[in-house]
Write a protein that binds this ligand. Sequence first.
Ligand code: FES
Length: 272
Amino acid sequence: TTTSAKTPRSQPRGGRARAAIAAKTLRTDRWWFAPLITVVGLSAWVIYATVRVFMHKWYWVEQYHYLTPFYSPCVTDRCVEGSSHFGQFLPGWWIIPDAALTLPFLLLFRLTCYYYRKAYYRSFWLSPPACAVPDGHQSYSGETRFPLLGQNLHRYFFYAAAIISLINTWDAILAFHSPDGFGFGLGNIILVGNVVMLWAYTISCHSCRHIIGGRLKHFSKHPMRYKAWTGVSWLNVRHMQLAWITLGTLALTDFYVMAVAAGWINDLRFIN
Ligand code: FES
């Protein structure tokens, strides 16, 4: 239904005012649980990732060519030999991450993602924390002003993220390595699993769905795009799960590479 532009928000059509309710919310369920675990989960991940990207060690396993996604592509002249699959064309400087060229795009891709927006608007910004729970702020301007107006750039960050997923895929292929040539270990399963999930998350993006199937008048005249759109739509309804799964696989992959690189554990090898 549409509401007249002149109708006050608290006064629905028909002229009947809303019931005056003194309570902040009438919800009695645990509506605060989802925002709470979102804050805990996202904060934990951001702290871990921040520590890791500024650590500058244990990101490359020379023996098996495992590279953590947090340092990919490693493009500075201080990257460990062998870890730079795309050259070392930037000077390493201070504590700036060695993948500083791509990390901001990945960050912006996630920050402007439709799902993460919902997640952090509700949890960190309490705007609103849940359905039928009042906003934590007096005024609401939505995404109509700077800086939130920048959320519209998400479609462009999607292209950057797709390129970075290609880079991660290349890293995972090069990791089928051992000192004897071809090699295969638990690290490969983790790296490939991470890349598959990253692709699933990237492809399930709402912008991707629009790129694939948007602006068409007749699906019947574009059977290939319709088929692709159906597949993307199937993934798209799982976008939230994929957003969390990929945070998990990224952290797990990084931790595993760190643990092997630091010598805390040995990679479980199946071939060589
Ligand atoms: Fe989430 Fe695009 S909507 S990545």
